[in-house]
Design a protein. Structure first.
Length: 377
């Protein structure tokens, strides 16, 4: 931990938190100076894996005040953005079935599939509803016994325990007309894929705060063991983010890679074992296709055999149209950190939040949407 950050009040995990220390301008200035001092003119590529960090970095304008040799690259940490085109097309095909209701989080509605969006399907009269929790979908199924209610399951480790609990609840209630389309993903395998990418050459990872509340710190140790690359789990306040960057730069320039937890007020080293057990009860790991990263071994979750009746992918036979990526969209390169969003020729021209071409401009945590909102260069 940096000297500057160690002066901030750091309440123990689970106690009331005084956020003023994490927004302290003097402390933030001290950390910025420290980053400049440590980095000098050394070329350093850091990646913020999580979309919420991308939004924080944009909101506080950190990209523009970093040393010119230090790049902060956005990664694959928005679950909507990394959902493969084929999964969107599959959901759209399910929505075309007779007597089917699709339920989904709001961000998925406008994500373009190969030829249409769920939002357009709804406008054409299909029964597609936004829900705020998978339990809402369960209630819709219970009150509409003549309809098949499918929940579009998209999300990382923070979301999947609630989905698992929902499936157990559906079993408990004996629901026959509820199922989930599983497009869930787990984060460490995607980070491994990026660490392996010579084209991106990431020197250090700002590791996701929310996901780590579930996973804990050990799943990231491979970064040091296999790639000699440091990582810092950190929070989303200005001092959190700057502290994470300062720590990463220190570890890079001193060649002392480690995985650190700078978000101890929320993340226990071993994460949340109860939530993980819930997920393990319902799901098994499976290979999954990520937009931009392709197929990554053991990076998805498939429902275990005893819950197969709740798996919409197995339960409904649909014809899925051939997958066509949005024309000219560079979301794949953005999600790998190969280009910044404004490196896409469509950014801010043909593609804006109002008329999004790709998912990274649709989602509130998408890199392109964040760059656009905060006018990042
Ligand atoms: Fe895709 Fe639009 Fe981002 Fe370009 S600006 S990568 S088209 S979402």
């Amino acid at each position: 931990m940096s000297d500057a950050a160690s002066t901030a009040s750091r309440p123990a995990h689970g106690t009331d938190i005084d956020f003023s220390a994490f927004r302290d301008p003097a402390l933030a200035r001290e950390l910025i100076e420290r980053i400049h001092e440590l980095a000098g003119d050394r070329r350093i590529n850091l990646m913020e894996v999580c979309g919420t960090h991308t939004v924080s970095i944009g909101r506080y304008g950190f990209r523009s005040i970093m040393p010119s040799s230090l790049r902060l690259l956005s990664g694959p940490g928005c679950p909507v953005c990394v959902t493969a085109n084929r999964d969107i097309d599959h959901a759209i095909a399910l929505a075309r079935l007779k007597d089917v209701t699709i339920t989904t989080f709001g961000d998925m509605m406008r994500v373009p599939g190969s030829s249409t969006t769920l939002s357009q399907m709804k406008a054409e009269g299909r029964d597609i509803r936004i829900v705020y929790s998978p339990l809402d979908a369960l209630d819709i199924a219970e009150t509409n016994p003549k309809r098949e209610v499918i929940f579009m399951g998209v999300g990382f480790e923070t979301t999947t325990p609630a989905i698992a609990a929902c499936i157990l609840e559906a079993a408990e209630r004996g629901l026959q007309n509820f199922s989930v389309y599983c497009a869930h993903k787990t984060t460490p395998p995607a980070i491994r894929a990026i660490a392996n990418d010579p084209e991106t050459a990431i020197d250090g990872f700002i590791l996701p705060g929310h996901v780590s509340t579930i996973t804990g710190v050990p799943p990231y140790r491979f970064l040091v063991d296999e790639f000699r690359t440091p990582g810092v789990v950190t929070g989303f306040e200005p001092v959190d983010v700057l502290e994470g960057i300062a720590e990463l730069v220190r570890m890079v320039v001193t060649d002392a890679p480690a995985i650190e937890n700078a978000y101890r007020r929320s993340v226990a080293t071993d994460g949340n074992a109860v939530a993980r057990a819930l997920v393990d009860q319902v799901f098994d790991p499976c290979d999954a296709t990520w937009r931009g990263l392709g197929e990554i071994p053991a990076s998805g979750l498939a429902m275990r055999e005893e819950f197969a009746r709740f798996d919409a992918g197995r339960r409904f036979d649909v014809t899925i149209e051939p997958s066509v990526e949005p024309r000219g969209c560079r979301c794949g390169d953005v999600l790998r950190g190969r280009i910044s969003p404004n490196g896409c020729p469509l950014f801010g021209r043909a593609c804006t939040p109002e008329h999004a071409v790709g998912p990274c401009m649709v989602s509130s945590e998408g890199s392109c949407a964040a760059y656009y909102r905060f006018r990042e260069q």
